[in-house]
Design a protein around this ligand. Structure first.
Ligand code: NAD
Ligand code: ZN
Length: 390
C-alpha cells in the first residue's frame, strides 16, 4: 500500500536517505525542514542530493502553520527534525529544548488539531537515552552504572566501575528494557521526545514506533556541522592534511551503523504489522563495538593516510565509555539485520567525501569552546591536544 509520508528534518542525513528508499518503494514523500545553517550552510537552499520527487516545505518544527501545511493529506510521519550535537547541547540548552522537545510537542498538537488520519508516527530516537547502558560485574551480574568519576577520569583511568562494589565492569550489549538515564542535554531531549510521543500515542490511540539509532555514519552526513559525528570530524581533519586526535587514548567503544542499515530499519518500521496497543521500541545498531582507536585506524586507512592519528588524554564531559546495541528485539519483531561492515562503509564514505567541496576543519575551535566552558578534561591549552604519539 502506498502512503503519503511526512519526514520532519527530511533534508538531513538520515531523512534524505529514508526519502530515497520510500520513493523507490512507491510512497510519496514530503519534507518539513528549517534548513538549519549549522547543518546545511548559509544558502537556505534545499540540498542538491534531495530526491527530485520530494515535496519540500521550508519551515520550523515549532511553527503551527508550517506543521499544518506539512501534515495535509499525510498518513505516516517520520519525526527526525532535531538539534543533534551532544557537546553543544551542554551549553545551548534552551535551543536544544526548543527544537527537540517543544518541536515534538508542537508536532503532536498539529497532528491532533488538524484531525488528519495519521496511521503511524515513527520517532528517530537515540541510544543516548541509555546513558552508559548495561555492564557486567563479576560479583553483581548485569549493572547499569551512571557514569565515571571526574577524579578517575582526570587520572586517565577510563574504565567503568560497578556501582555496587567499585570493581571494574565490562560493557554488555544494551537491550531496550535498560533503564533510561540521560547523561547530556541532548540525551535528555531525546528522552523527552520519547515520553511525549508515548503519552500522546497512548492517550489518542495513535500507533507509534520508537527507533533508537546508535552512531550513524555514511554519505551526506553533515560536514559543515562541526558539533556532531566523530567520523565526519576525523575525515575532515584528514582531508585538511591534519592528523586525528582521539580522546581517552582511543579506549571508548562505539557501535557505528551505516545509514543504509538505518534506512532498512526505518522502512521495516513502516511496513511491519506491529501491535498498536503499546509503542514498540527498537535498537538500530550493528551489535558490534569498535574502539575509537580502531575506528580512527580504519578511517585513516580508508582515507589513504594509515596511522595518521594520535591518542590524547582529553575527555569530553558527557561522553560515555561504551554502548552496543542488543539487537534481539529488532531482529525478531522488525526482521532487521544490519548488512554493511564498518570497513566497507568507510571505504564508501571516503569515496563520497573526495567528491565533496573541501570542508573547513573546525574541530579545534569546537574543542576550545568546550574547554572554555569547563566541558573538556585534559585540554589546558585549547586546540593543542595533550597528545601521546600513536
Ligand atoms: N546521526 C546519528 O548518529 C543519530 C544517532 C541517533 C539519533 N539520531 C537522530 O536522527 C535524527 C536525524 O539525524 P541526522 O543525523 O539525519 O541529523 P541532520 O542534522 O542531518 O538532520 C536533521 C535535520 O533537521 C533539520 N532541523 C533542525 N532543526 C530544525 C527545526 N527547528 N525545524 C525543522 N527542521 C529542523 C535540519 O535542518 C536537518 O536537515 C535526529 O532526530 C537525531 O537526533 C541521529
Ligand atoms: Zn559489583
Amino acid at each position: 500500500m502506498s502512503s503519503h509520508i511526512l519526514i520532519t528534518g527530511g533534508a538531513g542525513f538520515i531523512g534524505s536517505h529514508t526519502a530515497d528508499a520510500l520513493i523507490a518503494a512507491g510512497h510519496s514523500v514530503r519534507v518539513l525542514d528549517s534548513l538549519h545553517p549549522q547543518v546545511h550552510g548559509p544558502s537556505g537552499e534545499f540540498p542538491a542530493y534531495l530526491h527530485p520527487a520530494v515535496e519540500r516545505i521550508r519551515g520550523d518544527i515549532c511553527d503551527q502553520d508550517a506543521l499544518r501545511a506539512a501534515l495535509d493529506g499525510v498518513d505516516v510521519v517520520y519525526h527526525m527534525a532535531a538539534e543533534t550535537g551532544v557537546g553543544q547541547s551542554q551549553y545551548e540548552v534552551a535551543r536544544y529544548f526548543q527544537t527537540n522537545v517543544t518541536g515534538t510537542a508542537a508536532l503532536w498538537e498539529a497532528i491532533l488539531s488538524t484531525g488528519t488520519h495519521i496511521r503511524r508516527v515513527i520517532l528517530s530516537s537515540s541510544r543516548a537515552v541509555y546513558g552508559e547502558g548495561a555492564y557486567h560485574c563479576r560479583a553483581h551480574g548485569t549493572v547499569y552504572p551512571s557514569g565515571r568519576s571526574l577524579d578517575a577520569l582526570s587520572q586517565h583511568d577510563w574504565s567503568m566501575k560497578c556501582p555496587q562494589c567499585g570493581q571494574p565492569a565490562e560493557s554488555l550489549p544494551t537491550g531496550e528494557d535498560a533503564p533510561l538515564v540521560a547523561g547530556s542535554v541532548y540525551a535528555q531531549t531525546k528522552l523527552f521526545q520519547e515520553e511525549i510521543c508515548r503519552l500522546m500515542s497512548a492517550t489518542h490511540g495513535l500507533p507509534l514506533v520508537i527507533l533508537r539509532y546508535f552512531n550513524v555514519y555514511g554519505p551526506r552526513q553533515a560536514l559543515t556541522n562541526p558539533y556532531t559525528g566523530v567520523i565526519a570530524t576525523f575525515c575532515t581533519r584528514l582531508l585538511n592534511g591534519k592528523s586525528i586526535a582521539v580522546y581517552e587514548e582511543g579506549v571508548p567503544q562505539r557501535d557505528f551503523v551505516h545509514v543504509r542499515d538505518v534506512v532498512q530499519a526505518n522502512l521495516r518500521a513502516l511496513a511491519s504489522d506491529l501491535d498498536a496497543g503499546h509503542a514498540p521500541v527498537f535498537n538500530v545498531g550493528t551489535g558490534q563495538t569498535l574502539s575509537l582507536a580502531t575506528i580512527a585506524e580504519t578511517v585513516c586507512e580508508a582515507a589513504g593516510h594509515p596511522g595518521a592519528f594520535e591518542r590524547t588524554t582529553r575527555h569530553r564531559i558527557g561522553d560515555i565509555l561504551s554502548c552496543t546495541a542488543d539487537l534481539s528485539a529488532s531482529r525478531t519483531a522488525l526482521g532487521y539485520a544490519p548488512s554493511v561492515s564498518f570497513a566497507d562503509g568507510m571505504i564508501e564514505l571516503v569515496e563520497w567525501l573526495k567528491g565533496q567541496r573541501q570542508p573547513e576543519d573546525r574541530s579545534e575551535q569546537v574543542a576550545a569552546e568546550l574547554a572554555a566552558k569547563g566541558l573538556m578534561l585534559g585540554a589546558d591549552s585549547p586546540g593543542r591536544p595533550d597528545t601521546r604519539q600513536n
